[in-house]
Design a protein. Sequence first.
Length: 386
Amino acid sequence: MKIEVAKADLESALAIAGIATATNGADLSTHYLFRLKDGQVEVLSASERVFARAPMVTSVEGDDGDAFTIEAWRLNKWISGVSDGVLKLSADGGGDVHASGPRSKVRFRSLDPSKFPYWDGLEASSEDVGTIDPRALSRALSVSRWFVSADDTSKPELCQVEAVDGVLWATDRRALSSVEMPLLPELNIRIPGKQVAAVVRFLNEKGSVETDITVRQASRSVDDGGGAHCTLVRADGAYVGVTRPTSSFPTLNVDREAEDDSKLEIDQAEFLSAIAVLTAGAPKGHESVTFSYDHKEKEVKLTMPCEAGGEDEYPLSLAKVTNGEKWVKPFTVDYPYINGIGSTFGLDSLTFGVNERGRGGFISFRHNDEEGKNGNRYFSVIVWRT
């Protein structure tokens, strides 16, 4: 099998395939696989629960099904040093791949391509769920991943993001995020938390943001080999997919329309400055902050324990409170959730609902995309610690 391809076209394909390659090890998960299928060269990659495909515009000699692999970091290294122009990759059938370009020639070792975990059958049985603006799906997943549990040993069902009838859910039992996606009302997918970053990376690729993404789902019975996955497909045929975890996501009953007792608006820049100041004096790794409202002074204060003893305090001079008479108790929340919400939407200010319930309570965050009735509707809850 011989391939001739422009350096820029190869780089574009590897930008997608690189999303699903592992960085450690020496097996096929660390390799790009080049295959000739239906007259077109495609680059495939797979590691853990994520896999990718990128078609290439090439000149090729070979038979349908011919394939070879190249270790990803080695090919990336070579391409970074070779001059622009036409590059040639040729598999000699003996386990070597000869690569050449302007003033450049090198050999790579190929692993056995027949051992690659191809997903052709499952992908052929997949069905379209709908299309969506990749930026909208990226925002939904970006905010959701802040709420995914990392405890994959005892709580694997919480270590994922799951869409149920068009609503994307994530929770670690201390906080939850839900995103209603009106354009995908039949979406039912389950993405492992560790693979969300790979999916977001694909959605944010230059070639991905130009057109809508098609969402495809597939599953098959145990008798047919089992398995289920979701793929996100670009108009040019490139895609990234994830296999579905087997642990069922918990059923969450949340009143997304309930009125909040009080409202707290904070300036994002001021909040980040306050966290930087307070964590400088707090015990290393401390992630919680306490909010309190001085009714007499009409002032919101943040406090954290100080490693030297006692507490440090930071007043939020730009904070605004509505219905402050209903906010009586100080409350403590983990600030990374707030940072995650702020960084996802890039807002100058964030408005939270403040709700006391018994001896505890929660803060809530709502946001709608600017696209109107077809835009995503975000609703997050962060439970207090008092």
